[in-house]
Design a protein around this ligand. Structure first.
Ligand SMILES: O=C([O-])[C@@H](O)[C@@H](O)[C@H](O)[C@@H](O)C(=O)[O-]
Ligand SMILES: [Mg+2]
Length: 422
């Protein structure tokens, strides 16, 4: 089997006005769909970020892949390094930590590595989880992802979720997510409302959902004093506190006094960071993410390292479609070292906005691991065309939550005065 061509298609899908520590989601989220075709008539799928700087690198690699044997992942890596090595494609939001050269190579490698695994699985008639060492679970548990949000994007109709700008609104949102998807744990995206409101929201969630693990993630937007106070006030309530402060030294200082483990998908995003974080004991739980750790195998290696160094492992998520979800599910199935429910932005996407033919469904907050060959998803070419047209028409070329907030609601002060835009 040899690669004959690779198509990279940017897509856009509707995204609600979800607030985070740096701004607010724009009306559309961007992704890139990677399709690797072979001389056997098969295709393999991968999914990645849709920002223009990243797309440019994906396309440069795509042009160089014809002739590749999809089983030869070392050769894939060599080709990606030859083209991307030393280059840096930074994202504008900074919510997934520093974007240096190593992370750029890993992020560009990922969708092609996933697509090669999809092809290998189809070729052998085995699910991707088998190629990764075998499924150790047949259901993958996800956590419900809660966001402070406006009722609508300015100038748009209100969405079905309603506003959530206080603890009661966030509990109502958690109820909706629990009713529709059955999630049994929740993560609150913090760093948006005043810290006392987020503490109150976590207490309100604890009361409304006794026994459900809870996490809070302000994306490194608090100073050490605020972070220490929040940690103290949430003693015994959180399973972990995610990225309360910026940087490994500050995380290590807080970890020494915090009553719960600290988690990250920001201060440890490359191997170099991990070698610094381990001796500093800065992190109790790492959120892996195959999209920026270099693909499925690299993320398994990360999980193994975490296991040996006594660090728990969960998975991070950005807005994504069904190919990414399939990859996460196979990876999680074949990674016994995972210790916590996975993050997913899935609920915030409209069900009809996807590029896979069979919609995924959550039962009791979990997805059943497919046993069909490859990733177990097929490309819906009409949907791909529709979401690609939407990409062309929406005018967005990179994610910019901060710029959007400044444009549509210049009087909103995150962590101080968060209200519906006028
Ligand atoms: O999409 C968001 O607003 C999230 O804040 C996301 O970008 C983060 O990367 C992520 O969910 C996280 O856990 O930090
Ligand atoms: Mg996070």
């Amino acid at each position: 089997m040899k690669v004959t061509s690779v198509v990279v298609t940017p897509v856009a899908f509707a995204d609600p006005p979800l607030l985070n520590a740096v701004g607010v989601h724009e009306p559309y989220a961007l992704r890139a769909v990677v399709e690797v075709r072979t001389d056997t008539g098969a295709y393999g799928l991968g999914e990645s970020y849709g920002d223009s700087a990243h797309l440019e690198l994906l396309r440069a690699v795509a042009d160089d892949l014809p002739g590749l044997d999809p089983f030869d992942l070392n050769e894939l890596s060599r080709r990606v390094h030859a083209i991307v090595g030393g280059r840096v494609a930074r994202d504008a939001h900074g919510l997934i930590g520093e974007g240096g050269a190593a992370k750029t190579v890993a992020s560009v490698t990922s969708p092609f590595e996933v697509a090669c695994h999809d092809l290998q699985g189809k070729h052998l008639g085995r699910p991707v989880s088998d190629l990764l060492g075998g499924a150790t679970r047949d259901r993958i548990d996800f956590c419900g992802y809660l966001f402070a949000k406006w009722a609508a994007h300015p100038g748009h109709e209100p969405d079905e979720w309603g506003p959530a700008l206080d603890p009661a609104g966030l509990v109502a949102q958690a109820r909706l997510l629990a009713d529709r998807f059955g999630f049994r744990s929740f993560k609150l995206k913090g760093g948006v409302l005043p810290p006392d409101d987020e503490i109150a929201a976590i207490h309100a969630l604890r009361e409304a959902f006794p026994g459900h693990p809870l996490r809070l993630d302000p994306n490194a937007s608090w100073n050490p004093e605020t972070a220490a106070r929040v940690a103290d006030e949430l003693t015994g309530v959180l399973e972990y506190l995610e990225d309360p402060v910026a940087g490994i030294p500050a995380m290590a200082d807080l970890a020494r006094i915090a009553p719960m483990p600290l988690a990250t998908n920001m201060c440890v995003v490359t191997w170099e960071h991990l070698t610094e974080a381990i001796p500093a004991r800065a992190v109790g739980v790492l959120l892996g993410d195959h999209h920026f750790w270099g693909g499925l195998k690299a993320t398994q290696h990360l999980a193994t390292a975490c296991h040996h160094f006594g660090i728990g492992m969960s998975m991070h998520s950005n807005s994504h479609l069904g190919i990414s979800l399939a990859a996460m599910v196979h990876l999680a199935a074949a990674t016994p070292a995972l210790t916590h429910d996975l993050d997913t932005h899935w609920p915030w996407k409209r069900p009809e906005d996807d590029v896979v033919t069979t919609p995924w469904s959550f039962v009791d907050g979990a997805i059943t691991v497919p046993r069909t060959p490859g990733l177990g998803v097929d490309l819906d070419r009409d949907a791909l065309d529709r979401l690609h047209r939407q990409y062309l028409e929406c005018g967005l070329t990179r994610r910019d939550d901060t710029g959007y907030l400044a444009r549509v609601a210049p009087d909103v002060w995150l962590r101080e005065d968060v209200h519906e835009p006028a």
